[in-house]
Design a binder for this molecule. Structure first.
Ligand code: UT7
Length: 329
């Protein structure tokens, strides 16, 4: 089947009320500094879910905004795909709770576990369902409440992550608009570099595990960094090749927002000047699967993405997983 098949008809995002700045870490006993965090990551603040806020509530809030922008009502949704690494419960999927919260009475719903690549993977699964005629209207959400699974005693990770949700409504393509190319890969030989080693069915939670924090996220930052730079470069090349485009044809690059240095290295490799790269890692931190759809929604509302523009999205995350899509708006 010939592309484009699926186009982005509306976007939305939501973040928790509470904002935690780099300066606030001192008050919770984390030995770090604004200077270190800004210099090594570019992050200045992040949002943290509080009482009454959950992956379901953030996802549903983002989805309602995206559906309004797309002119789509909940019963029109055929499928809800939620990319996340921090589901509200391990069983059932948070996507079904979002389905219930929205009143999406006709929708199938499932979570997609590809860590920070969750939205890019989800977009490709949605496109495939639409190509096969199994769906006409798909809601793809990337959302995280990582603050609830980070180890707040580990300064190597707790300063990096944030909570939030981004949502995208896909409809059948018109006027040549939509996904022009797509690429995804994984490498499970490197799974241990970024993981929650316990808390799953292999090593269920025990008091000892809670004590040593191995049910929380752990990361070998430097190794992850190197792989992120290499894999995001590959993903940019493959997405451009697939769309038969060059960097000069891309109006905006929206990369996963993990670290400003990774974003800059990716832009350099892709041959994209920084003015054509969307950056908000300073305000949200690394929101994993949510980072790209939050950035896209901001870019749309700021007028940085307009009809007729071509945008490249590139992601990398735990697994490792990585991928990219090029979209004509
Ligand atoms: O979402 C996709 C997956 N995630 C990523 O893509 C993240 C990839 N990795 C990174 O972004 C970076 O590797 C980090 C930001 C995590 C770390 O930056 P780095 O430049 O690679 O630093 P490092 O891990 O090599 O640590 C340098 C030093 C260490 O001290 P010593 O051993 O050199 O004395 C750390 O103990 O910085 C220390 N350090 C801190 N100091 C102050 C680590 N975390 C902190 C902190 N505050 N929060």
């Amino acid at each position: 089947m010939k592309r484009p098949i699926a186009m982005i008809a509306g976007t939305g995002h939501a973040v928790p009320r509470k904002c935690l700045t780099n300066h606030d870490f001192a008050s919770i006993g984390v030995e770090t500094s604004d200077e270190w965090i800004v210099e090594r990551t570019g992050i200045r603040q992040r949002y943290i879910a509080g009482d009454g806020e959950s992956l379901t509530s953030l996802s549903a809030d983002a989805a309602r905004i995206a559906m309004k922008a797309a002119g789509v009502t909940a019963p029109e949704l055929d499928v809800i795909i939620l990319g996340t690494a921090s589901p509200d419960r391990l069983l059932p999927a948070t996507a079904v709770e979002v389905q219930a919260a929205l009143g999406a009475t006709r929708a199938a719903a499932f979570d997609l576990s590809a860590a920070c690549s969750g939205w890019v993977y989800g977009m490709q699964v949605a496109e495939g369902l639409m190509a096969m005629g199994n769906a006409e209207t798909v809601l793809v959400i990337g959302a995280e409440t990582l603050s609830r699974i980070v180890n707040w005693k580990d300064r190597n990770t707790c300063v990096l992550f944030g909570d939030g949700a981004g949502a995208t409504v896909l409809k059948r393509s018109t006027k040549g608009r939509g996904i022009l190319s797509a690429f995804m890969r994984s490498d499970g030989t490197l799974a241990d570099l970024l993981q929650r080693s316990a808390g799953g069915s292999l090593r269920p939670v025990t008091p000892e595990i809670i004590e040593d924090g191995s049910n929380c996220i752990s990361m070998q930052g430097r190794e992850v960094f190197k792989n992120a730079v290499r894999s995001m470069a590959e993903a940019c090349d493959r997405a451009l090749d697939g769309a038969k485009l060059s960097a000069a044809d891309i109006d905006l690059l929206i990369p996963h927002q993990a670290n400003i240095r990774i974003i800059e290295a990716t832009a350099k490799h892709a041959g994209m000047p920084l003015e054509k790269v969307y950056v908000n890692v300073d305000r949200y931190g690394n929101t994993s699967a949510a980072s790209i759809p939050i950035a896209l929604d901001e870019a749309m509302r700021a007028g940085r993405v307009k009809e007729g523009m071509t945008v490249m999205f590139v992601a990398f995350g735990a697994g490792f997983t990585w991928g990219s899509i090029v979209v004509k708006f």
